[in-house]
Design a binder for this molecule. Structure first.
Ligand SMILES: NC(=O)c1ccc[n+]([C@@H]2O[C@H](COP(=O)([O-])OP(=O)(O)OC[C@H]3O[C@@H](n4cnc5c(N)ncnc54)[C@H](OP(=O)(O)O)[C@@H]3O)[C@@H](O)[C@H]2O)c1
Length: 322
């Protein structure tokens, strides 16, 4: 191993042993993990709270894989510094600033711990211009959107509608979609109209139950594709043209119609796309992607972060500091 230094034996993490509300979250003590071949131990500075963490905590997401025992550690986004590189890893010197998206569905748990072992091919360097706090808001959601847009494979000039446009997925979808030359129709509440327009949406339509009608008013033939970050589901389908596409971010509870292709993007298939993450980081450094931090809380206040996020209305990401 390279870069070894004296490290404590135990570390702080956010964890829970039983599924439930935010109150099940505790600050727990765990052994500091060791990096294996091809892995890097990161001293985490910042880890974000995402919708998936709330589902993970409540047990509403999916069952835990065999061999995973409580306490469970949530978190899919982290930024920090390289602590120790495992055998066969080069290019990550101790102290280097890095970011990654990781899965919490593994025995070692997720991102919300002082030390996290990450596959080297999931790590990207954090550009100098970006703080670790801001960097932690990028990996999981930007990788998701890049994967969704790649799968949609729209041509420049085609129209993409985005629901939940004020959110993290929505915001990156607006900005990356624009970069791909797409015409963006995005939904927003009156309070979020300037935010969503400022992110670059060509047309902002009111969010709400008649969203598909509002989209058809501005795009009578229907959009080429719709990215459903607000989980509207089947009621969003009428906004899509015959033969168009709907990209879901959670399983779609309905039947496709009119030759519309319904797909589900899964970021779990893209956690090792370090090259893509590095390109996204570069876009953030250049200002093309906006990194939005709603607030920074100590890790000990993870339950508060879940309560605030679960109540809705948080714009930008809540970041836990370790
Ligand atoms: N499949 C994957 O790999 C993957 C990866 C990343 C994320 N996701 C999923 O993608 C979804 C969005 O994530 P996110 O991080 O963008 O969440 P977020 O930041 O909370 O954004 C969701 C946005 O949708 C808005 N919204 C809620 N209900 C709406 C409605 N009926 N109409 C219009 N807008 C509505 C929310 O507004 P309020 O705050 O006012 O409610 C919020 O602005 C989550 O379900 C997440 O789990 C999936």
């Amino acid at each position: 191993m390279t870069g070894a230094r004296e490290t404590q034996n135990t570390m702080k993490a956010v964890g829970f042993t039983e599924f439930g509300g935010p109150e099940v979250l505790r600050t727990i003590s765990l052994p500091v993990p060791s990096p294996g071949p091809g892995q890097v131990r990161v001293r985490v500075a910042a880890a974000t709270v995402n919708p998936t963490d709330l589902a993970f905590r409540s047990g509403g997401h999916r069952s835990m894989p065999d061999g995973m025992q409580p306490p469970y550690v949530p978190g899919m986004d982290l930024a920090g510094t390289v602590d120790l590189a495992g055998p066969g890893v080069s290019g990550f010197a101790p102290g280097a600033r890095v970011m990654a998206a990781v899965t919490p569905f593994r025995p070692g748990g997720g991102a919300q711990a002082e030390y996290v072992v990450v596959a080297a091919d999931a790590l990207a360097l954090v550009p100098e211009t970006i703080s670790l706090t801001a960097a932690a808001t990028l990996p999981m959601n930007a990788l998701t959107v890049r994967a969704a847009l790649d799968e949609l494979a729209l041509r420049p000039g085609q129209t993409l509608a985005i629901t939940g446009a004020a959110g993290a997925v929505g915001g990156y979808a607006i900005q990356l979609g624009r970069l791909d030359g797409l015409r963006i129709i995005a939904d927003a509440s009156p309070a979020d109209k300037d935010l969503v327009g400022g992110l670059g949406a060509d047309i902002v339509v009111p969010r709400g139950p008649d969203l598909a009608d509002r989209i058809r008013e501005v795009c009578p033939g229907g959009v080429d594709a719709l990215l459903d970050a607000a989980l509207i589901g089947p009621p969003a389908l009428p906004a899509v043209r015959d033969g168009g596409q709907l990209m879901a971010v959670r399983p779609f509870a309905g039947q496709p119609e009119r030759d519309i292709t319904v797909s589900l993007v899964l970021v779990f298939h893209h956690l090792h796309d370090a090259g893509t993450l590095a390109r996204l980081a570069s876009l953030a450094s250049g200002g093309t992607l906006s990194l939005r931090v709603a607030d920074v809380l100590p890790a000990e206040r993870a339950a508060d972060a879940h309560r605030r996020f679960g109540a809705g209305g948080v714009r930008g990401r809540l970041v836990l500091e370790f």
